[in-house]
Ligand binder design. Structure first.
Ligand code: SAM
Length: 218
């Protein structure tokens, strides 16, 4: 069995800490989660590189730095109920499983949801709940959430996410066009008030669904 712990430490030092991520819980989580288990075997040796990687179905596992920034922006202390939209490989969900109490994750592509389930179980992150569904509608039955993270680029902020956020809760979502977006953090400051912050430019695959982009293959 290959030992990736040195590559993982280097990834965290060079790509995460060196670029300004300070949340020690995020740093520890990324030192723990075996990222190479969330890509296909042929790509294992690239799993700790500073880049997104293909996971099939024209989708990607996000760049490690982006996972770190999004996780830090959620400001988790371990007590939260979190919703992720876009399970993909399951890697971000595994990081969230270390950082929060309950994790719910939505994926629209069956093959990815199946593979993510397998990877999460084999690494001991069975507490992550995955549902195959259009994530642009959120997960109404499990709301409210203390944090929502969307790992695909949205044309706008879907109303359901705001409705399903607890007061004090944080929504982190890339918003823009199909090619490039701005990572936004929206905090629900009271029942009817939200504070918006722009964090950084980014580039995600499209959020496809009812309140997202149209599926170009359909
Ligand atoms: N978080 C993932 C990871 O750690 O590997 C990376 C996610 S990938 C950049 C974006 C994912 O969002 C893809 O798996 C895609 O199928 C999914 N997606 C896009 N639109 C969606 C929707 N409406 N509902 C659920 N998942 C969606």
């Amino acid at each position: 069995m290959k030992d990736f712990s040195i590559a993982r430490r280097r990834m965290v030092e060079d790509q995460v800490v060196a670029r300004g991520v300070r949340d020690t819980r995020v740093i520890d989580a990324m030192l723990q989660v075996p990222r190479h288990k969330f890509v296909e075997e042929a790509l294992e040796s690239q799993a700790y590189q500073d880049a997104p990687l293909p996971i099939g179905e024209r989708q990607t596992i996000s760049q490690p730095y982006m996972v770190a920034v999004m996780s830090e922006a959620l400001a988790l202390d371990g007590t939260e109920k979190v919703l992720e939209v876009g399970t993909g490989s399951g890697y971000q969900a595994a990081v969230l499983a270390v950082l929060a109490d309950q994790v719910f994750s939505l994926e629209r592509i069956p093959a990815l949801a199946r593979r993510a389930r397998k990877a999460l179980d084999s690494c001991g992150y069975s507490k992550v709940n995955i549902r195959l569904a259009d994530g642009t509608l959120g997960w109404q039955e499990m709301a409210p959430f203390d944090a929502i993270v969307v790992t695909a680029g949205a044309p706008d902020v879907p109303r359901d996410y705001l409705d399903q956020l607890a007061v004090g809760g944080r929504l982190v979502i890339p918003v823009g066009d199909r090619m490039s977006q701005v990572l936004m953090r929206i905090t629900r400051t009271s029942e009817h008030e939200f504070k918006e912050e722009q964090l950084l430019g980014c580039r995600f695959v499209p959020l496809v669904g009812n309140h997202g982009w149209r599926d170009e293959r359909a």
